[in-house]
Design a protein around this ligand. Structure first.
Ligand SMILES: C[S@@+](CC[C@H](N)C(=O)[O-])C[C@H]1O[C@@H](n2cnc3c(N)ncnc32)[C@H](O)[C@@H]1O
Length: 259
């Protein structure tokens, strides 16, 4: 097949609607006027060193893949299989087009993070970037990721607001001890009742300690914190001995059960 010219790519990209990911498609940038600059390239550059360079033989799941920027990066690092999921058809169509132009075989599927059990597969690397704060039930999503798809590494990013400090959470506090709640660095998840930045899909804004605490609570060991909003984690045991979370959706094939 004759490759598309830059002008043809530009036209096809424009026909796919507004892009959130700015991806350079053979000279045609998909979101050149992004309010965060060359996004997510500018973010990726700040933590890419903390992601394994050689992904040969590895499987990757990109949750909330949008137009596939990170899926493409993982494939470029040699990942054997990359699956990108998102619940928005517009973004999935953009992702399929971007991967086609880049000549990369990536599987994009319409699936919500709440339904990851349907994949019935654990992945060596799970990307959960920029999605948590868009969810009404963020901890449920982390629990489901842990229980059903996280095989080894989790690469997490969230918009964060408030203190960027770490906080040494004690194992327990006396009932009358309250000062820690007023410490800005104590894990806090700010609830957004209406809109934030004109976007009603922003539901929560954790501070940095809250991202870390939620990850630990869901059973992820934090290995690295290479950038303020990014945590590289390893799936492990949950600190508290509860069983499978949200078991209400029985699996028809019996696979992908709780770790
Ligand atoms: C801010 S974008 C982040 C995109 C990309 N992961 C990144 O870091 O650049 C959030 C993405 O999450 C997707 N998303 C939101 N809620 C979701 C859900 N419940 N399941 C799957 N994807 C979801 C949105 O459609 C959107 O593509």
């Amino acid at each position: 097949m004759t490759p598309l010219t830059t002008e043809q790519i530009r036209e096809r990209a424009a026909a796919l609607g507004d892009w959130f990911h700015n991806i350079d498609l053979n000279g045609a940038p998909t979101a050149p006027n992004h309010f965060l600059g060359d996004y997510p390239n500018v973010k990726w550059r700040l933590f890419e060193h903390a992601v394994p360079q050689d992904l040969a033989g590895k499987t990757v799941l990109d949750i909330g893949c949008n137009a596939g920027f990170y899926s493409i990066e993982m494939k470029q690092r040699g990942a054997e299989r990359v699956v990108g999921i998102d619940f928005d058809d517009r973004y999935l169509d953009q992702a399929r087009f971007a991967a086609e132009v880049k000549g990369q075989e990536i599987e994009f599927r319409k699936l919500s993070v709440y339904d990851v059990a349907e994949l019935a597969e654990r992945f060596d690397i799970v990307l959960f970037m920029g999605v948590l704060y868009h969810l009404r039930h963020p901890l449920l999503a982390l629990d489901l990721i842990h229980d059903h798809v996280a095989g080894d590494l989790l690469i997490y990013q969230s918009m964060q607001r408030g203190s960027a400090d770490e906080y040494p959470v004690q194992a327990d506090y006396d009932f009358f001890q309250q000062d820690h709640f007023n410490d800005p660095a104590y894990p806090k998840l700010h609830f957004i009742e209406h809109e934030y930045a004109g976007d009603w899909t922003n539901w929560w804004a954790p501070n940095a300690a809250c991202s870390a605490a939620m990850l630990r609570s869901a059973g992820f060991q934090i290995l690295e914190h290479p950038e303020e909003e990014v945590f590289i984690c390893r799936a492990g045991e949950r600190p508290k001995p509860w069983g499978a979370v949200y078991p209400a959706k029985p699996l028809t094939n019996g696979a992908g059960g709780a770790k």
